[in-house]
Ligand binder design. Sequence first.
Ligand code: NAD
Ligand code: DAU
Length: 339
Amino acid sequence: MTIIVTGGAGFIGSNFVYYMLEKYSNYRIVCIDCLTYAGNLSTLEKAFLNPNFKFYKTDICDREAIYKIFEAEKPNIVVNLAAESHVDRSIDNPEVFLKTNILGTQVLMDACLKYGIERYHQVSTDEVYGDLPLDKKDLLFTEKTSLKPSSPYSASKASADLLVLAYNRTYGLPVTISRCSNNYGPYQFPEKLIPLMILNALNEKALPVYGKGENIRDWLYVEDHCKAIDLIIHKGTAGEIYNVGGHNEIANIDIVKLICKRLEKSEKLITYVADRKGHDLRYAIDPTKIHKELGWLPQTKFADGIEKTITWYLENRKWWEAIISGEYQNHYEKIYENR
Ligand code: NAD
Ligand code: DAU
């Protein structure tokens, strides 16, 4: 079995690479990643020690190069995690989001059609559904909820989802889609809420909370997401969408306060800054389908997952210190200055 994992040098992709190498000693894992600011080879250091792992530094939009890789590697399954993934960057500069997230998806699916494939899996997001009100706790996203994306990022992901379903209907490509809620865990790039707050707190820097910090996200430990993808590619039904989330809704401000407490830092570091444009209020996933059909349930409780995550950042300074120099600083100044 050969599985192509795109975006494997990023946060979820790298966790998925490690999960699969560990679980299936007879699988070949071929990673394709063009190493944008969010992809780091140091993240895959341990994977390179495994003879079942192979890496191509390639852009998923590069049709010729992608076809060559498919011809050489003859993958059985493709899991597409390569994407521009940060909402704030998409508000600042949408174009690359449309290229990678939509056109890159098309190139990968064309390669699957040309060379044959057992399964193409698209890793999507709960953000394609837009948001839910803060005061109606009984409302959850199901797979039947209509698509109503708010940001250029989520619109690009929703567009890709539609294209994936169209390739299934028109060309019979055996596809599946997973729409997961917010992930947290090791190797997350420190532009996202949890690692950003951990690193800023450690460095005694201001903790920039957008708006009033009341927005709610449904947090899932990254390994539980990897387990869901593993189940879907092996047991899921082609043509189907699976929502993935663990009924773990938390307001942003509560996460930030929890991080302050754990790191013994003053809450005085919390700084309320201008809100994100079009900021989604609340996400909440109904995971009934994946639970009933595939037996998936999240296994890591938030208290344990956040402890493991904070400990990981404390123990892996070298990894993130290299990352928060250079391009990261430019991004930081652009997003947070005058806010
Ligand atoms: P990430 O930004 O950490 O990693 C993305 C990876 O894709 C990077 O390694 C980057 O170098 C690579 N990449 C970007 N453009 C590429 C291109 N054109 N060609 C090849 N490689 C390219 O993202 P993540 O948080 O790991 O998210 C992975 C996927 O999961 C995305 O599709 C995202 O939409 C989805 N998702 C993320 C979350 C979350 O909470 N992080 C939740 C649900 C779904
Ligand atoms: O729901 C799944 C999505 O989760 C994924 O599809 C995206 O790829 C992923 O980035 C994430 O999107 P969010 O926008 O929810 O994540 P982010 O970490 O950027 O922000 C989480 C919340 O925290 C959001 O309400 C905005 C807020 N926030 C974020 C940052 C970076 C702050 O208040 N301050 C910050 O500095």
